[in-house]
Design a binder for this molecule. Structure first.
Ligand code: ATP
Ligand code: MG
Ligand code: MG
Length: 342
């Protein structure tokens, strides 16, 4: 494998491209919109997913296709898959594109999620609330990220509708949120990075801290459970598994079939980071050494946080990553820092 096609040209695609170049590989990015990854990839196609000629040319120019974005339309994938292999596979993508299929898949594997109910339309909401109770969170089945498309419901008579087919989830009383960044190679080898502690504000990840501070029996459990998920999906690549830690154990919040924001600390804490691990997996190479050799706090730079960059650049033990995005809108992820804890 010499050239990797990446669907999606955001910051994740950008960091994947950097990792690929380091291994002597080339990347071809396919991105309908503005592309921070376009600055660093070898080739960029800027065309919509409906442009089948462009998609075909893209697929024909690469040896394998991966993605940094899980909402690639099914028809686009059909076309690509008729030409070149997509890693991770179609099932992993389909399962995680829809919160309902995702939670059902996890429960079928014997893994715990928050209690949930299918809410296909607004009429079904009242029934779902009587089943799940309040407080609960209504989430659109598809296309949500950074807490978008979610409504918290505190009482049955004050329930807003999300406007699209949704799932209603019971509110989980967690004491911590952690995530496992797990990788599976083409030959079935599985490795996981140390679980990180995640702090969200308004649905957006603010910080990830490693080590996460939970006992080894919990972090081991988390890693084993992530291993079961990638195994069950015959997965190739890196996956992010978000979990809630509660008084009665671990509950899975969601899975992301790609490199994950909560894995950015690996850039400063490991010999081989999540981006290289993913590239190795999809390129059919052996997984690298992802053991953690430092304590790290990753902090996202969101919107105006960009103003802190001049000062951050002067700090000791701080690695600054900027995505080269134009405008710093509120809630927009502009970069992140990895701070090594002395
Ligand atoms: P991401 O950007 O991680 O894909 P998302 O839009 O898919 O985000 P979720 O991960 O579902 O959103 O939720 C965002 C955050 O909201 C969670 O990390 C958690 O802090 C909180 N949250 C979500 N679901 C629940 C729940 N059932 N109970 C309690 N808190 C929740
Ligand atoms: Mg999500
Ligand atoms: Mg999430």
């Amino acid at each position: 494998i010499r050239t990797i096609g990446i669907l999606g040209g955001g910051q994740l695609g950008r960091m994947l491209s950097v990792a690929a170049s380091r291994l002597g590989l080339r990347c071809h990015i396919y991105e309908p919109g503005a592309s921070p990854a376009g600055d660093v990839a070898h080739v960029v196609t800027n065309a919509p997913y409906e442009d089948h000629a462009a998609l075909r040319a893209f697929a024909e120019s690469v040896d394998v296709v991966t993605f940094e974005f899980e909402n690639v339309p099914a028809e686009a994938l059909d076309l690509i898959e008729s030409i070149v292999e997509v890693r991770p596979n179609r099932r992993a993508l389909t399962v995680s594109q829809d919160r309902l299929t995702e939670k059902t898949f996890l429960n079928d594997l014997g893994l715990r999620t928050a209690p949930f109910a299918d809410v296909p339309d607004e009429v079904a909401l009242a029934g779902a609330i009587s089943k799940i109770g309040t407080p609960s969170i209504l989430k659109t089945r598809r296309l949500g990220y950074d807490g978008k498309g979610q409504v918290r419901i505190d009482s049955p008579d004050r329930a807003e509708w999300t406007g699209a087919p949704s799932v209603l989830e019971g509110f989980v009383d967690f004491s911590a949120e952690i995530s496992v960044i797990v990788a599976r190679a083409a030959d079935g080898q599985v490795a996981a990075f140390d679980p990180g502690l995640n702090v969200h504000q308004g649905g957006i990840l603010q910080t990830t801290t490693v080590p996460c501070g939970l006992p080894a029996r919990v972090t081991t459990d988390a890693v084993l459970l992530a291993g079961r998920i990638v195994q069950a999906l015959d997965y190739i690549g890196v996956m992010g598994v978000e979990l809630f830690f509660t008084a009665d154990g671990l509950i899975i919040n969601e899975i992301a079939p790609r490199v994950h924001n909560s894995g950015h600390w690996t850039q400063a804490g490991c010999t081989v980071d999540q981006f290289e691990q993913h590239i190795r997996a999809v390129a059919g190479l052996p997984l690298g050494d992802g053991s953690r050799y430092a304590e790290v706090v990753m902090e996202n730079l969101i919107g105006d946080d960009l103003e802190r960059v001049p000062a951050l650049l002067r700090e000791t033990g701080v690695q600054v990553h900027l995505y080269g995005k134009g405008e710093a809108r509120p809630g927009r992820k502009m970069g992140h820092i990895n701070r090594i804890v002395p």
